[in-house]
Write a protein that binds this ligand. Structure first.
Ligand SMILES: Cc1cc2nc3c(=O)[nH]c(=O)nc-3n(C[C@H](O)[C@H](O)[C@H](O)COP(=O)(O)O)c2cc1C
Length: 197
């Protein structure tokens, strides 16, 4: 792995074993040339969290899994998130994780790990819009929190039929589109990482 490799934290907003968003995430990180990124692909299922509750936070503090996720966000040069669309918006499991991660921690900057973070945002849905409404909400949320969200046409429609048996994206134009998107994510992250030293 090159020392210039960007630390990319990749996660899907679905815990489902056969998640189309997990498949999209894997297919897209597989498009990144070797050495360009050090990918840490995590599954939110491995970080179960209670529903955010301000009383619980006061009584018990931020859950360990939220602190672990926050640290993973802090350690990353860029995030790559693929969200499902639930009722035209974000799934609770993803929103809840972000809500916990966004909570202030003493001696850390406001919105540490989120504000200023480079974010690649994608969505996948079996429907014809590819979860574009949820994707817009994901982008808006991170932009409002001060993240640098990389623009692009990154919704994957008809995702139930989008993948080959080996997990790769079946459509060549779509592969090129996501490969180009990842180039932009990594180049922005590289520029940001250079500026922070
Ligand atoms: C509660 C619920 C609401 C949904 N709402 C939408 C929706 O608004 N738009 C859409 O395209 N798909 C919707 N779907 C279908 C999801 O896109 C589909 O289940 C998808 O496979 C979920 O993502 P995953 O495969 O990564 O788990 C919904 C599914 C659920 C369970």
């Amino acid at each position: 792995m090159s020392s210039n490799a960007i630390k990319l934290l990749a996660l899907a907003g679905s815990t489902r074993t056969d998640s189309l968003n997990k498949r999209l995430l894997q297919a897209v990180v597989d498009l990144v040339p070797d050495g360009d990124a050090e990918v840490n692909l995590i599954d939110l299922r491995d970080y179960p969290l209670p529903l955010f509750d301000g009383d619980l936070e006061v009584q018990e503090g931020i859950p360990d899994n939220a602190m672990t996720l926050k640290q993973l966000f802090l350690d990353a040069d860029a995030l790559l998130i693929s969200t499902p669309e639930y009722n035209t918006s974000l799934p609770a499991v993803l929103k809840n994780a972000i809500d916990w991660i966004s909570r202030p921690v003493p001696d850390q900057s406001w919105l540490a790990g989120i504000s200023g973070q480079v974010v690649g945002a994608m969505s996948a849905s079996p429907g014809s819009t590819g979860g574009m409404s949820a994707l817009a909400h994901l982008r808006q949320m991170f932009t409002n929190l001060g993240a640098l969200v990389v623009p692009g046409f990154t919704a994957c429609p008809n995702a139930g039929a989008a993948f080959n048996d080996d997990g790769s994206l079946a459509n060549e134009a779509q592969r090129a589109l996501y490969a180009g998107y990842m180039e932009q994510v990594l180049s922005l992250a590289s520029w940001r990482a250079a500026g922070s030293h």
